[in-house]
Design a protein around this ligand. Structure first.
Ligand code: SF4
Length: 203
């Protein structure tokens, strides 16, 4: 059972937080699709890294882990670890010296904090607010986010090639249909065929 499915049986406040985090993940997907599209394939890696920076910035001075960042963004852990290593090489992220970055607590350096402040977008702000919204405001927002994602899939702006292979909501080869073999559990719809491109960030 996913944390979102579990929210249905939780008390109202807990449900509100879990649904809010689920909405935030969806908003990050929409934001990522837009950033990848406008970068015309040249800035995919930087788009993922910008999302990691804003999530780490949201946590302020608190330390977090690769697993925590991956959960916030709905991304697969190996991708997040790889991105964190690259951010560390750029001097934007530091981790406690006793562990490899795979298991370490990570935080933004002061340079990383300045960079995170610059890459923040309206979607980041809305994602930060979502867990605090009341249930009656969350439901229509969630429906809007689901519709936006479905639209981006139909338009080809979100695909297995550019994003789904790195996403925790992706289920590969669950349908018999040759053109639509995959499934997205966020929008609960089939996804078209495709493989992550050679050299993509999912590798
Ligand atoms: S599986 Fe694809 S369409 Fe579904 S939420 Fe993830 S990136 Fe978006």
């Amino acid at each position: 059972m996913s944390s979102f499915e579990a929210a249905r049986t939780n008390p109202p406040f807990k449900r509100q937080v879990i649904v809010g985090e689920h909405i935030a993940r969806g908003l990050y997907k929409v934001q990522l699709a837009m950033q990848i599209k406008t970068a015309h394939g040249r800035g995919t890696r930087r788009a993922y890294q910008a999302q990691l920076l804003t999530v780490l910035k949201k946590d302020g001075a608190r330390l977090t882990t690769a697993e925590g960042v991956a959960d916030r963004l709905g991304l697969r852990i190996p991708l997040v670890r790889r991105m964190l290593r690259q951010l560390r090489r750029r001097g934007l992220v530091a981790h406690d010296a006793t562990n490899a970055i795979c298991s370490a607590s990570v935080r933004l350096t002061s340079r990383g904090q300045r960079k995170a402040a610059r890459v923040r977008t309206p979607a980041d702000l809305l994602a930060a607010l979502a867990p605090d919204l009341s249930e009656d405001k969350q439901d229509p927002l969630l429906q809007s986010v689901e519709r936006m994602i479905a639209h981006l899939v139909q338009a080809g702006d979100i695909s297995v090639n550019n994003m789904c292979g790195n996403c925790t909501y992706f289920r590969a080869h669950v349908h018999q249909h040759a053109q639509w073999p995959h499934h997205c559990v966020y929008i609960d719809e089939a996804l078209p065929s495709g493989q992550p491109e050679k050299g993509s960030v999912s590798r």
